[in-house]
Design a protein around this ligand. Sequence first.
Ligand SMILES: Cc1cc2nc3c(=O)[nH]c(=O)nc-3n(C[C@H](O)[C@H](O)[C@H](O)COP(=O)(O)O)c2cc1C
Length: 125
Amino acid sequence: MNEFNRSWAQHASALVIVISKTTFAVPGATEETPALWHTFDTGSAWGHLALQASISGWHTHGMAGFDQELTRKELNIPEGYALHAAVAIGKLGDKATLAEYLQAREEPSPRRPLSELAAEGDFTL
Ligand SMILES: Cc1cc2nc3c(=O)[nH]c(=O)nc-3n(C[C@H](O)[C@H](O)[C@H](O)COP(=O)(O)O)c2cc1C
């Protein structure tokens, strides 16, 4: 974790590293071919992990701020697996234990209107 993430994520119940296998073998084949959608599948899996955790009374927080190379080395993650993110899983702590600037961030963040994110027709910005 970078220093910022260590400041709060060190207290999490679990730190999960989200990875995906970048190749696959179609059923019946032995040869692996690139799994072009591995990022799509893995993003979806993380999203559902977050939802299920919430339903089960846990909180999750995704992070990109960690050393990918060191993580790969320490966890023996071989070539052929992509690292995507770290996820802290835990129960909400007491806000007062956070640095002041972090306490101020303990508010729901605003959401962009759907009209900014979805469009009909071609990709015209
Ligand atoms: C690409 C990406 C990287 C992020 N990296 C970190 C991080 O290293 N540390 C952190 O505390 N939050 C990080 N965040 C923010 C949290 O994941 C954030 O709480 C999450 O995106 C939920 O956003 P919301 O507060 O708008 O619901 C990152 C978000 C994104 C999209």
